[in-house]
Design a protein around this ligand. Structure first.
Ligand SMILES: Cc1cc2nc3c(=O)[nH]c(=O)nc-3n(C[C@H](O)[C@H](O)[C@H](O)COP(=O)(O)O)c2cc1C
Length: 259
């Protein structure tokens, strides 16, 4: 569902399990969503179910466009249509004030669809940009992120903690583009036993509800704050979207060195 003009807080719910909201992670998210709706009547929720979504290509013309943008060149004319799909996906991302991610751990990391989505939206000139010194400057400001992350085993303590690449990765990549206010609710031990699973879900649900009650999920600024989306090398590829009209660059977050 596309978002329309609204005065409510806009939540983009990104689902990265193929098992829907009846899944281990989804059960926690469902309660969290209910609490959010209770907390704000006008809440706008845009749902992106990654296993059902038709995500744009990150190969062919789009990968060449990415490299052109990274070196400050304008995209090729014949890439316009294809790159428009990437921009559409980025626009949907930037239209949100708050992100809610429903993520199971897969092989110590995140499911491939979520990595694919990240590869599609983390684009130079849109979510980050390079400075002339070769540093990376994040371009996403004032957003909050809530992650519900479930796993078959527990990763709360060592030695398991050091095998968890899911939470550190999500914090790193979204921090890289400027989303540093990230709250993670973990439901561990989902595959240990039915009782263990229920207890883990219950604990995560309680934590999430308390978090919503505290009001800490709300973005500090007014809703619909949007961030930069400017293509290096000049002219936009298509008519400027709401997100692109709103701000041109101006990131203030700390710079980080390009790896
Ligand atoms: C392909 C795949 C890989 C998985 N890898 C891990 C893993 O590395 N560590 C772990 O603790 N659980 C792993 N699991 C178990 C899931 O993380 C766990 O069952 C989770 O709660 C599933 O959430 P869902 O029902 O919302 O999809 C894996 C499950 C699948 C399907």
């Amino acid at each position: 569902m596309a978002l329309t003009e609204t005065t409510g807080t806009r939540v983009l719910h990104v689902i990265a399990t193929p098992r829907g909201l009846a899944s281990n992670t989804g059960r926690v998210t469902s309660c969290l969503l209910e609490a959010l709706r209770d907390d704000e009547d006008g809440l706008e929720i845009d749902t992106l179910d990654l296993f059902r979504a038709d995500l744009p290509s990150v190969a062919g013309k789009n990968i060449e466009t990415k490299y052109r943008l990274m070196t400050g060149q304008a995209p090729d004319e014949d890439a316009r249509e294809s790159w428009g799909q990437i921009e559409k996906t980025i626009d949907q991302f930037l239209a949100a004030d708050v992100y809610l991610l429903t993520v199971p751990m897969w092989n110590l990391g995140i499911p491939y669809v979520l990595k694919y989505y990240i590869d599609a939206i983390v684009q130079p000139g849109y979510l980050f940009r390079y400075t002339p010194e070769g540093l990376v400057e994040p371009l996403v400001n004032g957003k909050k992120m809530i992650v519900v992350l479930s796993s078959g085993s527990e990763y709360a303590t060592e030695p398991m903690r050091s095998f968890d690449f899911a939470e550190p990765y999500l914090r790193a990549i979204f921090g890289f583009v400027g989303i540093t206010d990230v709250t993670v609710f973990r439901a561990g031990g989902m595959d240990v036993s039915p009782d263990y699973r229920k207890a883990g879900q219950r604990a995560a649900i309680e934590e999430a509800r308390a978090f919503v009650r505290s009001g800490a999920w709300r973005p500090a600024s007014a809703p619909a704050s949007v961030t930069a989306a400017r293509v290096p090398g000049g002219a936009p590829l298509r008519s400027r979207s709401r997100s692109r009209r709103a701000v041109e660059a101006g990131a203030t977050s700390a710079q980080v060195l390009v790896a």
